[in-house]
Design a protein. Structure first.
Lengths: 261, 221
């Protein structure tokens, strides 16, 4: 198994607030890892440190065996140019989609390859078509984001990230802003990607999705990994009190089984 | 008071008025183009986190926003030549005052326009691997400029009106020509009425355009 991403002793603080307190994680090619935790536990910050939307306070990020940044006496130095190059190799999907409203769907998907990778027009168009088809929205290529449902917008955002042909994909609460009936189509798209062997780090509150799709589940509390393992172990037989409480809170209200048929 | 309106002297001096109109338009266009161009840089400096840029830009904007334009024009015509390395004629002084004033105002329009763009747009662009100038040029400015257009058009209207202040330093724009003609022909009432009308005809279509634009962008949300 090749290791795509390795996180070593990652710390991040904002002023006096310590959000991440020493995270270690190894992600192999094709892994689907779901990160759970209460709000404020540091899950989004962890994700955002991987593509340097936030600069880690200390610790190391190693992508494809190569540590990011240059080691200096007073810590690691991150040249901006290296970080932009790294972000082009890591895809990110946001809670609020953040599509570019002044571009149509196809232009949104072409924008990264065109501006960052400097692909020629034909190659950009080919990629846009390929990845829009993949998320099932080839027929919406000429539409503008404002004309799409939330679920469709998020699928375009996924296509936009995929068009960069990233080595790893980060999903930051990708379905949290969606109406309940639109969540399924986005999770379905994400599951397809996982099945195809995409390496994925997913922050979500969808426990059912985590159970079905994840190879590994991490439970974060106070900026540390409290518990981790395969979904069966963490979600069904949790060992830690913090994990149990979290899962209890999520399981308070349930439909009786027959209704789900 | 009985006054018999007589516009004949206005018509017989049409050529002088035409020169005035041309000078008004030249001054307004020069100041608008230069003002919008340099305003972008001052706005960017105001937006910058770096104090070295931020502080002087803020000082500049506040000075020009909080002093009368007339004082600025008078200063550039009567005070500045004493310390200036080059000659200052009426046009240069008026253009300096009005341009710098427009720079100050338009920089605020740029800044507010850019700040009105949701930070998720910056993040999405950044996450794709764009550098700062690509984020700004491809994603932020194209959206921000659309929101700025009504404000810029309003500014252009204000600017055309402010050019009349240049008459006090004898720049031959419309107002100054009118003043000259009326002292020769003794027809202030017809002359200034005509000038008001000319300004109105020049500016009103523009104001209508601004209104239409504002309604349209409001409808779009």
């Amino acid at each position: 198994m090749t290791e795509v991403l390795k996180i070593e002793n990652l710390h991040k603080s904002f002023g006096d607030l310590n959000v991440l307190n020493g995270i270690d994680l190894s992600v192999a090619k094709g892994d689907t890892i779901v990160i759970l935790g209460a709000s404020g536990s540091g899950k989004s910050t962890l994700l955002r440190c991987v593509n340097f939307m936030e600069i880690p306070s200390s610790g190391r990020i190693v992508l494809q065996g190569k540590p990011v940044g240059t080691e200096k006496a007073d810590g690691i130095n991150y040249p901006e140019k290296e970080l932009t190059g790294l972000r082009a190799r890591v895809g990110m999907v946001f809670q609020h989609f953040n599509l570019f409203p002044h571009m149509n769907v196809k232009q949104n998907v072409m924008e990264g390859p065109r501006t960052v990778l400097k692909c020629n027009q034909a190659e950009c168009a080919r990629r846009a078509e390929e990845y829009l088809d993949k998320v099932g929205l080839g027929w919406k290529a000429e539409a503008f984001p404002s004309q799409l449902s939330g679920g469709q917008q998020q699928r375009v955002a996924i296509a936009r990230a995929l068009a960069m042909e990233p080595e790893i994909m980060l999903f930051d609460e990708a379905t949290s802003a969606l109406d309940p009936e639109l969540v399924g189509e986005v999770l379905e798209t994400m599951k397809e990607l996982a099945d195809e062997g995409m390496t994925m780090l997913i922050v979500t509150h969808e426990l059912g999705f985590a159970y079905t799709v994840a190879d590994r589940v991490l439970f974060l509390a106070d900026g540390k990994i409290l518990e981790q393992g395969d979904p069966e172990k963490v979600l069904i037989h949790p060992q830690q009190e913090g994990t149990k409480n979290f899962l209890r809170g999520h399981g308070s209200f349930r439909l009786p089984e027959p209704v789900l048929d | 008071m009985e006054h018999v309106w007589d516009f004949s002297a206005v018509f017989s001096n049409w050529y002088l008025l035409l020169i005035g109109l041309k000078n008004t338009i030249v001054l307004a266009v020069v100041c608008l183009v230069l003002g919008l161009f340099f305003g972008l840089f001052v706005g960017a400096a105001r937006y910058s986190g770096n104090r070295l840029f931020n502080w002087p830009a803020t000082a500049f904007v506040e000075i020009f926003r909080n002093t009368p334009v007339l004082v600025q024009i008078m200063w550039f015509f009567f005070a500045f030549p004493i310390i200036s390395p080059f000659d200052i004629n009426a046009f240069t002084a008026a253009a300096l005052g009005l341009t710098l004033n427009t720079v100050a105002f338009s920089s605020e329009i740029y800044r507010a326009g850019i700040q009105s763009i949701h930070k998720g747009q910056w993040e999405a662009a950044k996450a794709l691997g764009m550098n700062y100038s690509q984020q700004m040029g491809r994603i932020i400015l194209p959206q921000a400029v659309r929101r700025m257009i009504p404000a810029f058009m309003n500014r252009a209207v204000e600017l055309v009106k402010m050019t009349s202040l240049a008459s006090v330093i004898a720049y031959g724009e419309l107002m100054h020509q009118a003043k000259t003609i009326s002292t020769i022909e003794f027809n202030p009432i017809e002359m200034y009425t005509s000038v008001a009308l000319i300004f109105f005809i020049l500016i009103f279509p523009f104001t209508l355009l601004v209104q239409r634009f504002e309604i349209r962008s409001k409808a779009k949300g």
